[in-house]
Ligand binder design. Structure first.
Ligand SMILES: [Zn+2]
Length: 538
C-alpha cells in the first residue's frame, strides 16, 4: 500500500466530514480523486511552478473540497495514496496526546492496567535539597517529566496544564473522553484529572514567601535510563519571576475550573496564586533566571516577565473580580504585548484567552474591545504565513527552531481563537492545515505523534522510549520536529548546509535538537486537536 507515497502528503490520521480535505502533491501531472467504488470524483491539475521556501519542494496544495465519510484514493501518474474521511477521525489521536502526559507522570508507578507495556515502578520519590541551602530537604513529588529528560520546570508545566484547562473550557466535547488513567470514573473529566496531577506538583513548588522555584532537577541530565533507575540527588533550584507569575496565572485559572469538582482544592490554588502575586508586587524588578554554576539542566529563561504578569493579572481578575488586577493587566497590555503567542516563552496569548472568553465584556473597554481588535489584526499574520507556504505551514523558512512544532501550533491556536471570535472559515481552514502538518501533511511525509499515522516518529529523544527495551516508542508524544536554527554539530554533519529547514530532522534518539518530545508541545496539540475533534463529531 502507498508504495509511491512520496508524491502525496496527507493527514495520515484521516479527515473529517464537513471540513476541507487538503493534500499536497509533488508532481505536475493531473491528479484524480476516486471514491471506494473507483468512480472519479475530481480531476485537478497541480500548479507546481512555485517552490516552497522552507522545504525546497515544488509542491501544490490541492483542495479536495468537503467529502462524505468513506475511503478514497488519489492518483497521479503511477502514484497512489489512500485517504479516509470519517466522523471522529481525530478522537483517538487527541485523547492519546492527553494520555501521553500520563506516561510522563513522575513520583508514582505506572501500572500495567493503565500503561500496558510501558509500565514502570515509581520514580524520583526521594526528598529534594534546596540548591541554595543543601541542608534543607523537602519531599516534592508528582508532576510530569518535562520532556525527553526527567526534570520538572514550573513555568512550562503551568503553561501546559493551562492549555489543557482551556481546551476543556472551550471545547469540552473534543477532549472529555475516558483515558484509562487511575482516576478514570471519579466523576471528573479525565483531561482535568490529568491536569490536576501537574497542578498538585506546582503547588508544592511554592516557597513560604510566595515565590515559586524555577525547577526541580538534578545538576545534569540523566543518561538514557528508566526513571526509577535515576537516583542522583534532585534540587529545588532558585525561584524566578516567570515561574512565579506563570504558576500564579495557572493556579488562578484552575481555581475557577476545579471549584465545581473540589472546593477545597480550588481554595488552595487561589490562596497560592494570591501569595505568588504578593511576591511579584514586592519584587517588581525582573531578574532573568540563570542556571546556577554547575547546573546543566534546562534554562527556560524568559527575556521579560511582562507577558507572564499580564496573564496572571487577567486570571486573578477573573478569579477575584478585584479592580486592582484589571488595572494592572491594562497597564501591562498597553506596555506592548504580542498577544498571539501561547508558548512558555511568551504567554500573552493565554491572557487573551482569559479576557476574550472568560471575562468578556466584564474585562472593560481596553481588555475586551480594544484587545479583541488588536488580536484579530495580529492573528492575520499567521494566516499570511500559512498562505506563503507550499504546505500551508504557518512558519517562515528561517524560523525552524528547536521545537518548531510549538510556533506552528501556537499559530494554529491564534487562528482558532480568531475563528471563535469572527466565524471566519479561512482562519479555521488555515488552522486545520497546522493540525494536518502535525499528522503528516508536511515535507517529511511523517506523522509527528508517536504511535499514530502510516509513517510516524519511531525514535524520539525520550529516555523511557530509549531505555525500556520496547521497539515502539511511548505513544501519544509529539516530536519537536525540524530545526535548522540551533542544531547540534552532529546533526549538521549528517544533514549538511543544503538540507532545507523543513527537512532538517533526524528520527534518531540522540537528536534532542530535532526529535525531542515535551509536555508543552503536546499541550497546544491537545488544544488544537480538541477543537477539530469537536468539529469532526469526535
Ligand atoms: Zn520521575
Amino acid at each position: 500500500m502507498n508504495a509511491n507515497s512520496p508524491v502525496f502528503r496527507i493527514n495520515q490520521e484521516g479527515y473529517a466530514p464537513g471540513l476541507p480535505v487538503r493534500a499536497a502533491v509533488l508532481a505536475g501531472e493531473p491528479v484524480i480523486l476516486k471514491n471506494a467504488c473507483g468512480e472519479v470524483l475530481r480531476r485537478l491539475v497541480p500548479d507546481i511552478s512555485r517552490t516552497d521556501p522552507a522545504s525546497g519542494d515544488s509542491v501544490s496544495l490541492l483542495g479536495l473540497g468537503v467529502l462524505e465519510e468513506g475511503d478514497y484514493e488519489l492518483e497521479c501518474g503511477a502514484a497512489r495514496r489512500r485517504l479516509t474521511v470519517r466522523e471522529g477521525a481525530w478522537n483517538p489521536v487527541t485523547h492519546a496526546l492527553i494520555k501521553g502526559l500520563y506516561y510522563q507522570r513522575c513520583g508514582c508507578g505506572l501500572d500495567p492496567a493503565h500503561a500496558g507495556p510501558w509500565s514502570h515502578p515509581a520514580c524520583h520519590t526521594a526528598p529534594a535539597s534546596l540548591w541554595e541551602d543543601r541542608g534543607v530537604r523537602r519531599r516534592v513529588t508528582g508532576g510530569w517529566h518535562d520532556a525527553g529528560d526527567y526534570g520538572k520546570y514550573t513555568g512550562p508545566g503551568a503553561v501546559a496544564a493551562a492549555h489543557l484547562i482551556y481546551a476543556w473550557k472551550l471545547f469540552p466535547r473534543g477532549c472529555s473522553g475516558d483515558l484509562n488513567i487511575p482516576e478514570s470514573g471519579n466523576g471528573v473529566p479525565d483531561i482535568l484529572n490529568e491536569a490536576r496531577y501537574e497542578l498538585e506538583w506546582i503547588l508544592q513548588m511554592q516557597r513560604p514567601d510566595g515565590a515559586f522555584h524555577h525547577k526541580l532537577t538534578k545538576q545534569y541530565f540523566a543518561p538514557f535510563i528508566m526513571p526509577q533507575d535515576d537516583l542522583e540527588p534532585e534540587y529545588l533550584m532558585p525561584a524566578g519571576h516567570c515561574a512565579t507569575a506563570d504558576a500564579c496565572a495557572c493556579l488562578a485559572l484552575a481555581s475557577r475550573v476545579y471549584r465545581a469538582f473540589d472546593e477545597a482544592f480550588a481554595g488552595r490554588m487561589l490562596q497560592a496564586s494570591l501569595r505568588a502575586w504578593d511576591w511579584l508586587l514586592a519584587h517588581p524588578e525582573f531578574v532573568s533566571f540563570e542556571n546556577p554554576e554547575g547546573v546543566r539542566t534546562g534554562g527556560y529563561r524568559g527575556r521579560t516577565d511582562t507577558d507572564d504578569r499580564f496573564w496572571a493579572a487577567c486570571e486573578l481578575f477573573a478569579a477575584t473580580g478585584e479592580d486592582a488586577f484589571r488595572e494592572t493587566a491594562e497597564k501591562l497590555y498597553e506596555s506592548g504585548l504580542s498577544l498571539t503567542q501561547f508558548g512558555w516563552a511568551d504567554v500573552s496569548g493565554m491572557g487573551v484567552l482569559c479576557c476574550l472568553f472568560d471575562l468578556r465584556e466584564a474585562a472593560g473597554e481596553i481588555l475586551f474591545s480594544r484587545l479583541r481588535e488588536d488580536f484579530l489584526r495580529r492573528s492575520g499574520e499567521a494566516l499570511d504565513l500559512s498562505r506563503a507556504s507550499g504546505y500551508g505551514t504557518a512558519l517562515p523558512a528561517d524560523r525552524y527552531v528547536w521545537g518548531s512544532i510549538l510556533p506552528i501550533l501556537s499559530s494554529a491556536m491564534a487562528m482558532i481563537v480568531n475563528t471563535l471570535l469572527t466565524g471566519r472559515q479561512d482562519m479555521r481552514d488555515a488552522a486545520l492545515l497546522q493540525w494536518d502538518y502535525a499528522l503528516g501533511l508536511n515535507a517529511l511525509d511523517l506523522c509527528f505523534v508517536t504511535g499514530f499515522g502510516e509513517r510516524s516518529v519511531m525514535n524520539p529523544h525520550h529516555r523511557p522510549s530509549g531505555a525500556d527495551g520496547i521497539e515502539a516508542p511511548v505513544p501519544g508524544l509529539i516530536s519537536g520536529g525540524p530545526n535548522k536554527c540551533y542544531c547540534y554539530p552532529q546533526t549538521r554533519e549528517k544533514l549538511g548546509d543544503s538540507t532545507p529547514p523543513a527537512k532538517y530532522f533526524l528520527d534518531e534518539t540522540p537528536s534532542a535538537d530535532t526529535n525531542e518530545i515535551a509536555i508543552y508541545w503536546n499541550s497546544p496539540a491537545i488544544f488544537t486537536g480538541a477543537y477539530f475533534n469537536m468539529l469532526s463529531g469526535g
